[in-house]
Design a protein around this ligand. Sequence first.
Ligand code: SF4
Length: 279
Amino acid sequence: MRVVQARNAGFCFGVRRAIETAERTAREAGGAPVHTDGPLIHNAHEVARLGRLGVHPCADPAALPAGATVVVRAHGIPPARRAWLEGLGLRVVDATCPRVAGIQRICREAAAAGRRVLVLGDAGHAEVVGLLGCAGPGAAVVDGPAAVEALPDPGAPVTLVSQSTQAPERFRETADAVRRRWPDARIADTICRATRDRQGELGELAAGADAIVVVGSPESANTGRLASLAAALRPTVVVDSAEDLRAEDFAGAGTVGLTAGASTPDAMIAAVRARLESM
Ligand code: SF4
């Protein structure tokens, strides 16, 4: 099969930076283990590769010895959690994506001004948890216009932000619903450029392909969003690795469009591409 690969497939700037930070921290540790506060990124293959370099996800930082090093992942953490980690005597290395840090800053400033922050995002996702931790009391997560309409009146001016990887169309609909209810609301479109480019390229990819393959981990929210947007355009197959590909899923397909989530390593994309080209 012929494969057309998206220009923006794979690691975004923030994920690449977090991985480089973890690798550098491991080198500086000279063989001592380096921990990450939860998995550094949502990709088991990359987490396993980092494990071979001495970087390990930690589920319970309270069990680590004082002085141990903990890397904060690209998604960021709430300020209270950072204070807790430091209070345990751990050395905290911050690999929060600067763009996520920027959204956290908007949340902090809105909360300090007495505003109610609404976050368009996936409840429970690490980035959203971090944003809520900066957004003060009364902050809420919404997943679209219906959730905005169902909110009780916040009794304060409203600021809307977005998780960095939400779909722009969903943000537009949500912002419209917010403006209808609170015409004086502040709307901060904080969807990341990397997300826009990746999702925006799907139309072009689909136009020249019979099917789309999205490479990424089942735990990756942005991969899931990319896959559902792709599925609206062309038959779409989501795989975590080349081993997941099945020839029968591509019967009659001459050209396949290939893209990948923001936490998918280049090596996984290359392996999937090679396997598709061999079919
Ligand atoms: S998607 Fe954007 S904001 Fe989120 S980690 Fe990647 S570069 Fe940073």
